[in-house]
Design a protein around this ligand. Structure first.
Ligand SMILES: CC(C)(COP(=O)(O)OP(=O)(O)OC[C@H]1O[C@@H](n2cnc3c(N)ncnc32)[C@H](O)[C@@H]1OP(=O)(O)O)[C@@H](O)C(=O)NCCC(=O)NCCS
Length: 179
């Protein structure tokens, strides 16, 4: 039986860029998610401390998984509220179902909370994200930027009362238009 390789979590460093690219190209079997991260990075669209990698311990230090949280706004009248978008989240196919994705999300959410953010939104499979406490965003009266996202658009409050602010529409940066 082969021994499972161990890995560590850390914030993105410049040396991780190629590995992050590779993780998303392989996890999503295409360029979209990798391209989104590249574009957001080039445009200064996220804080590297809210971009986490799982790195193989020892050996070549391969990037095994990555999750990104980037700033978005929830527009309510003329007062946008800050929030974060979770995504993309990807793990190399050969290393899936070993707890890497869950560890990235849990550590990332803790980093977001420590950074003072109260709301995280995600477009993804509720069968996966419900384990972290995500609920349908419609219940918090937060509408997605595109109506077709509605069934998979979920929200998590990181701070008490963060969602008690009434109806709003999530506004994403243009980089998300191609995803
Ligand atoms: C989704 C993903 C990030 C999970 O990473 P991971 O390291 O495999 O996750 P974990 O090991 O923490 O959890 C694995 C569990 O999640 C389940 N799971 C994975 N994707 C799921 C989904 N879409 N819906 C429901 N459950 C899912 C697995 O079946 C597994 O279940 P088990 O624990 O009962 O065996 C990874 O499968 C991946 O990169 N997928 C391709 C890209 C993708 O779909 N990203 C998410 C976009 S929203």
């Amino acid at each position: 039986m082969s021994k499972a390789l161990s890995w560590t979590l850390q914030s993105e460093q410049p040396r991780h860029a190629d590995g992050i690219d590779r993780v998303h190209r392989r996890a999503f079997q295409g360029e979209n998610a990798a391209g989104l991260v590249r574009r957001l990075r080039a445009e200064g669209g996220y804080d590297p401390s809210l971009s986490l990698v799982a790195e193989e311990e020892g050996g070549a230090g391969e990037v095994l998984g990555h999750v990104l949280f980037s700033p978005i706004a929830i527009v309510r009248g003329d007062a946008p509220a800050p929030a974060l978008a979770l995504g993309p989240l990807g793990v190399l196919p050969a290393r899936q179902s070993q707890g890497i994705g869950s560890a990235l999300v849990r550590a990332g959410l803790e980093a977001c909370r420590k950074a003072g953010y109260g709301i995280v939104l995600v477009l993804g499979d509720p069968g996966y994200y419900s384990r972290f406490g995500f609920l349908p965003a419609s219940g918090a009266r937060i509408e997605p930027p595109r109506p077709e996202w509605a069934g998979a658009f979920q929200v998590l409050a990181l701070l008490p009362g963060a969602l008690d602010v009434g109806r709003g529409v999530a506004r994403y940066p243009e980089a998300f238009d191609d995803v």
